[in-house]
Design a binder for this molecule. Structure first.
Ligand SMILES: Cc1cc2nc3c(=O)[nH]c(=O)nc-3n(C[C@H](O)[C@H](O)[C@H](O)COP(=O)(O)OP(=O)(O)OC[C@H]3O[C@@H](n4cnc5c(N)ncnc54)[C@H](O)[C@@H]3O)c2cc1C
Length: 426
């Protein structure tokens, strides 16, 4: 029986471990903290469960839905009730464009000069959109969206890594950027809600995964260093899966695999914080699912999710607002104490939405190195990582093929396949 060590019990490590266990391997998961889940974390606040990290998933991809069904959780998936988000800019709230791809609108007025595009090239989404649609579209549509997904500015995110389908349309000779966006949107045949969430938070999924892996997960078991031969904390393994964030992978591999450590360590990650505010029942919030903040505003917050309005009152009782703060290179706010961060979140909520009520409860969650950022050249860095990965070691995580939970599950399942393929190949 093949023995495999999985380092990291976030969603990537848990899913890899589950698939390997189902394939007959003896799996041990080493987790440095005292809990499973990594960036998935639910907490109790004012009698209800709220997610303090990721709160949703893309429902139009199959991975989370399939896993939930396999684990008997299909009936626990909820969808947004249908309100749209708004953008806060210069003192006002504006509806977010309906037909858009990562904030790039399909219907905006574009400069009339022909699109100059060198097939195969890579640029930041900010540079591409600014050239065709102007700075305002970057600041009011693309930046606010990328602030949420990647915790980064549009100028820091690679077109080719973040939106490969759009890059392919441009490579194929699209006549304009908006035509390329329209073509990508038109290819999607998926219907139904775009997003989903677990009724009682991601903890439901984590509990179900941990139950499947009972006896195989070691908590408070950090792996400080990885050496060839695969002896970890006193045990020998045939194979190792590294499912830790890139900065941790760089630390663990620094001595024995310096080339790999350099390549992985070059991937930046953004620090962010989530402040959850439960407001008194009397507070009325605007009729949006959330509010994204445009660039160059005086606010520190980058987004407000109006959770009760988004998911419906039966899943999130009481007006609850989730305030997101921090972006790549802009994260000093995380070093403040909890009360100061809550004060900043409340002041921003007053500026953007006019809400002055004192919250019934409030909680702060800091995420250092929370989200890996796919800066231009990201795909070259992944190729370097692939070339520097020694036999017997497989890497997975949010820095490979999408930061979302669904993408992490897909990559984790592929990582398990790679472990098994390598076994078959001897
Ligand atoms: C604030 C925030 C909001 C988000 N919102 C969403 C959302 O709404 N929808 C969505 O789809 N995605 C969202 N994401 C992204 C998504 O949550 C993450 O990309 C995903 O959960 C990452 O999972 P992972 O398993 O790859 O990494 P992680 O969750 O980082 O797990 C890695 C694990 O490895 C452990 N570890 C690290 N070093 C070691 C070591 N040396 N030894 C042992 N263990 C180690 C860590 O403790 C951790 O448990 C969000 C992310 C953040 C930060």
């Amino acid at each position: 029986m093949m023995t495999v060590a999985v380092i990291g019990a976030g969603i990537s490590g848990l899913v890899t471990a589950l698939r390997l266990k189902q394939a007959g391997c003896r799996v041990t998961v080493f987790e440095s903290s005292d809990r499973v889940g990594g960036k998935l974390r639910s907490a109790r606040l004012d009698g209800m469960t709220v997610d303090m990290g990721a709160e949703a998933f893309v429902r139009r991809r199959p991975e989370v839905m399939d896993l939930a069904a396999e684990l008997g959780l299909a009936d626990d998936i909820v969808s947004p009730v249908g309100r749209r988000p708004a953008v806060y800019a210069d003192g006002g709230l504006y509806p977010f464009p309906a037909r858009q791809l990562m904030g790039i609108p399909a219907d905006a007025h574009e400069v009339s000069v022909p699109l100059a595009w060198a097939p195969g090239s890579d640029v930041s989404l900010g540079a591409l959109v600014r050239e065709r649609l102007g700075d305002e579209v970057v600041g009011r549509c693309v930046d606010p969206m990328l602030g949420g997904v990647y915790s980064a500015h549009a100028d820091d995110v690679s077109l080719r890594a973040a939106l490969p389908a759009l890059a392919a349309e441009l490579d194929a000779g699209a006549t304009s950027l908006t035509a390329a966006v329209g073509a990508v949107l038109a290819r999607s045949t998926a219907t139904g809600p775009v997003f989903g969430a677990f009724r009682s938070g991601y903890q439901e999924l984590l509990d179900a995964l941990a139950a499947q892996l009972e006896g195989a997960i070691l908590l408070n078991a950090p792996v400080p260093e990885l050496r060839p031969g695969w002896m970890l904390r006193g045990w020998w393994f045939d194979k190792v899966v590294l499912a830790a964030p890139p900065q941790q992978v760089a630390r663990i591999t620094r001595t024995s695999f310096p080339q790999l450590a350099r390549a992985v360590g070059a991937i930046p990650a953004a620090n962010s914080a989530i402040v959850t505010l439960v407001l008194p029942d009397t507070v009325a919030l605007p009729d949006y699912s959330g509010v994204l903040v445009a660039s160059r505003q005086v606010l520190t917050a980058k987004a407000f999710t109006l959770s009760t309005q988004k998911w419906g009152a039966d899943t999130r009782p009481g007006p609850t607002v989730r305030v997101s703060l921090g972006r790549l290179g802009v994260s000093r706010i995380l070093d403040e104490d909890d009360q100061s961060i809550i004060d900043v979140a409340r002041a921003d909520l007053e500026t953007a939405l006019g809400v002055t009520a004192v919250p019934v409860s409030a909680a702060v969650q800091r995420w250092y190195e929370g989200i890996p950022v796919y800066t231009p050249g990201h795909l070259d860095r992944l190729a370097e990582i692939e070339a520097a990965t020694p036999p017997g070691l497989v890497l997975t995580g949010a820095y490979f093929d999408g930061v979302g939970v669904a993408a992490c599950i897909a990559h984790a399942e592929a990582a398990a396949e790679r472990v098994l393929e390598r076994q078959a190949a001897g």
